[in-house]
Design a protein. Structure first.
Length: 243
């Protein structure tokens, strides 16, 4: 089984961290192919960044299909380009936010999300609504650290996230914590020990869901709105998407 894991930003250090998190949970027979676009934002922290990054995601999905990947994972918590990628692919395409929400809902009645900047809270809230998960989430909390600032914080970052998670546990009744950034993929074990709750990283959750769907022989439905895109000419830099 070959699973493509796409970091939608261009940060190579984060791509490496995501690859390690994916490989740590993958079955021995699963090959993880991790990539990121050549062009796009260095981090994704708003609607504008997501719109630009979505094109890079679709480019990577096309490459993954050509390389024979069985499933594709979008490793950004905004799940940029998810539905468009599902139109392109026959195999499962999983966003890490959607995966984390579903896994958390199997472990507790209500979970909390801890993400990066306050300006991205609305993006998480929109995803919760769109995925039918609003009733399962107590709160979306933010540590107000930019994505590119996560790399060098070490124990300070653990403490910032843990503080929000403990408040969600003690004051909101959260029974689990969803980490709201692909750049937090290496933190669940340390945070779970610190907070005393299940802590879900969407990268790991998406890998296990992708493996399960592939093993069940299930792929993206090509009936209705997720059917392959209609053939038509594209011009300019997007000409290769045409027909």
């Amino acid at each position: 089984m070959k699973i493509q894991v796409i970091n939608p930003n261009t940060n190579l250090a984060m791509t490496t961290r995501i690859r390690r998190a994916a490989e740590a949970v993958a079955r021995p027979g699963t090959q993880i192919l991790t990539c990121c676009p050549d062009d796009g934002p260095a981090s994704i922290e708003g609607h504008f960044d997501e719109a630009i990054a979505a094109v890079g995601v679709l480019e990577e999905v096309r490459r993954g299909i050509a390389e024979g990947c069985d499933a594709h994972i979008i490793a950004c918590f905004g799940d940029p380009g998810l539905l468009a990628a599902r139109e392109l692919a026959r195999g499962p395409v999983i966003g890490i936010a959607e995966a984390a929400f579903h896994v958390a809902s199997l472990l507790c009645m209500r979970f909390a999300v801890v993400t990066t900047l306050s300006r991205t809270r609305i993006i998480a809230e929109h995803l919760l609504r769109n995925y039918g998960m609003t009733g399962h989430c107590t709160s979306v909390r933010c540590v107000d650290v930019p994505v590119l600032g996560l790399e060098d914080m070490g124990d300070e970052l653990i403490e910032l996230i843990a503080r929000q998670a403990i408040d969600a546990r003690d004051h909101d009744g959260a029974g689990a914590i969803v980490l709201g950034c692909g750049g937090m993929a290496d933190l669940p074990a340390k945070l779970s020990e610190r907070v005393g709750l299940p802590v879900i990283d969407g990268v790991a959750a998406a890998v296990k869901l992708a493996e399960a769907l592939c093993e069940l022989g299930l792929g993206t439905s090509k009936h209705g709105d997720l059917a392959y895109p209609l053939a038509k000419p594209f011009t300019g830099r997007f000409k290769h998407f045409g027909n």
